[in-house]
Design a binder for this molecule. Structure first.
Ligand code: FAD
Ligand code: MLT
Ligand code: ZN
Length: 494
């Protein structure tokens, strides 16, 4: 979608880039980090889904906080709008420009600064382990690289998502990404101990604490977690990383109906509580889609008759106990009729092939044609109803599939068509938002609002709350240069 298609006017108070701006940026960053090359710009202007497209003429690659600060100070004084860009895997059009905003990519800020070893490192089974596991790094570090670094030190990142190979920790923080291990390790609001953020006027806010407990005044870092680059640019992150545990087990299960999946979740929480690390869900339409569009992904079951699938992962510290516990749970669930069929991964390769099915969903939706994506938080009882209602509304015109993080009450409702069509969109929206609001759900569980849902926030937040958000935005970014047209309705900010 270009800005014209989504009907947003360019904010006339923003300036246009001139040659003096370019000279200033080049003198400060060096020619190499001031990108005007057409091919690189066209890649940076379009999002991962190839759905949102801007027309920026400039991509900047700062190498440190000071450079980010100088860029913002200049842009603010010149009223040049900017868009912070991480790994560009966001799914709501937040990370690409709408018009000619200057793109500030964090890709060159990818240093790991420290891993707090607490008391001096000690040795377990010939490896050195640190004690506290507090990682401090720059915002441009790629999630998967952080995880690999930590694995050698006996820790893991508290979040994991299919986009791990490209998304950056700064992007994760800015979207408050949830992901596959949320059920175990919770939200980034709990795991982020500190941030360094650059405000619109170039002020550097040092909130890079490493303390677990700190109740001195308002905890401002939380404002920036999930604010999608609209309040400041995250430059450094301090994050609590859990120990890497020794045993992981993964089961892919088939269930006859959604009620069985729901009951299975309840039972799993009760019986596997202390070891459960993922409880993911997909319907047969999602399974068919991923098998059809992702090379190398296979259904481990002979039959394709099953309507629902669940992926349960457990992570613990005692290999034989954890495995026996999961197997006993699966046996009981099978005898009780909650599970029709199932496979427990026998080795790391099989486990990764099970994860490929679930993690391949996003890419499959994009390969399948045009996709309307909705990321809903819903009470578990109503979780799947919207899929059936949407199918009834759209009939043959679209394929409606549902997958997601059932353990967290987060449904990814995906509507697949051959091409984007306003008539189909009119049948989906505002129905999907009204339905979610009526069920007291959230229209953005984990992806954020971005450009896609900036004017839909009122379906999930009261007018007073949205008004206060707009006041905070105006206070921190009076010229509105940070990621304009995103997160909040434009009409409240101009
Ligand atoms: P970008 O897409 O570059 O940016 C996202 C937003 O954050 C934009 O508004 C941008 O302006 C802002 N931003 C980026 N970096 C900064 C910064 N340093 N400072 C300030 N603002 C910044 N999301 C989930 O929550 N759970 C999932 O399970 C999940 N799975 C995914 C799987 C796939 C295959 C894909 C493609 C996406 C998935 N996502 C998921 C969505 C996406 O990956 C996450 O939102 C991710 O956190 C975005 O990180 P990024 O670095 O790519 O950010
Ligand atoms: C997921 O859980 O796979 C992601 O959030 C991405 C998506 O919704 O497609
Ligand atoms: Zn998700």
């Amino acid at each position: 979608f270009t800005s014209a298609a989504i009907n947003i006017q360019r904010n006339p108070s923003f300036s246009k880039l001139n040659s003096d701006d370019i000279c200033y940026f080049k003198s400060m960053l060096g020619d190499k980090n001031v990108v005007q090359d057409e091919d690189r710009l066209s890649a940076a202007n379009v999002d991962w889904m190839r759905k949102y497209k801007g027309s920026s003429q400039l991509l900047l690659l700062p190498r440190n906080t000071e450079e980010v600060s100088k860029i913002l100070r200049h842009c603010n004084s010149r009223r040049l709008a900017i868009v912070p860009q991480g790994g560009k895997t966001g799914l709501v059009g937040g990370s690409v420009p709408v018009y000619d905003e200057v793109i500030i990519s964090l890709a060159s800020m990818d240093k790991i600064i420290s891993l707090d070893k607490g008391i001096s490192p000690f040795t377990i089974q010939h490896s050195s382990f640190s004690v506290n596991g507090i990682l401090i790094c720059e915002a441009g570090c790629i999630l998967e690289n952080l995880n690999s670094f930590l694995a050698n030190e006996g820790f893991i990142m508290p979040l994991d998502l299919g986009a791990k190979g490209s998304c950056q920790i700064g992007g994760n923080v800015s979207t408050n990404a949830g992901g596959l291990h949320f059920i175990r390790y919770g939200s980034l609001h709990g795991n982020i101990l500190g941030l360094e953020v650059v405000l619109a006027d170039g002020t550097v806010l040092d909130m890079l604490g490493t303390l677990r407990k700190d109740n001195t005044g308002y905890d401002l870092k939380h404002l920036f977690i999930g604010s999608e680059g609209s309040l400041g640019i995250v430059t450094k992150v301090s994050i609590l990383t859990p120990p890497k545990l020794l045993s992981t087990n993964l089961a892919l299960l088939a269930c006859k109906d959604f009620l069985s999946c729901q009951k299975l979740l309840l039972e799993a929480k009760r019986e596997l509580g202390e070891v459960i690390s993922a409880f993911e869900f997909m319907d047969s339409g999602s399974m068919d889609m991923v098998l059809a569009h992702m090379d190398g992904v296979r259904n481990p079951f002979q039959s394709s008759l099953y309507d629902f699938y669940v992926l349960i992962e457990t992570t613990g510290s005692d290999e034989s106990y954890d495995k026996a516990k999961l197997e006993a749970f699966l046996l009981r669930s099978m005898e009780g009729g909650l599970i029709l069929d199932g496979a427990v991964a026998q080795d790391i390769n099989q486990a990764s092939s099970f994860w490929q099915i679930r993690e391949g969903m996003s890419e499959a939706t994009v390969k399948a044609g045009a996709v309307y994506k909705y990321d809903l938080s819903l009470p578990v009882e109503n979780f799947y109803d919207i899929v059936g209602e949407m199918r009834a509304r759209l009939g043959e015109k679209a394929k409606v599939v549902g997958y997601g993080h059932l353990g967290d009450g987060n449904l990814h409702l995906n509507i697949l068509t051959t091409q984007y069509d306003n008539n189909i969109l009119a049948q989906i929206e505002p129905f999907v938002y009204e339905w979610t609001s009526t069920h007291r759900g959230s229209i953005s569980a984990e992806h954020g609002l971005g450009l896609m849902k900036a004017d839909k926030i009122h379906y999930s937040k009261s007018p007073e709350t949205v008004q206060l958000m707009a006041s905070i935005k105006k206070l921190l970014d009076p010229n509105g240069i940070l990621n304009p047209y995103k997160v909040l309705p434009q009409s409240m900010l101009q």
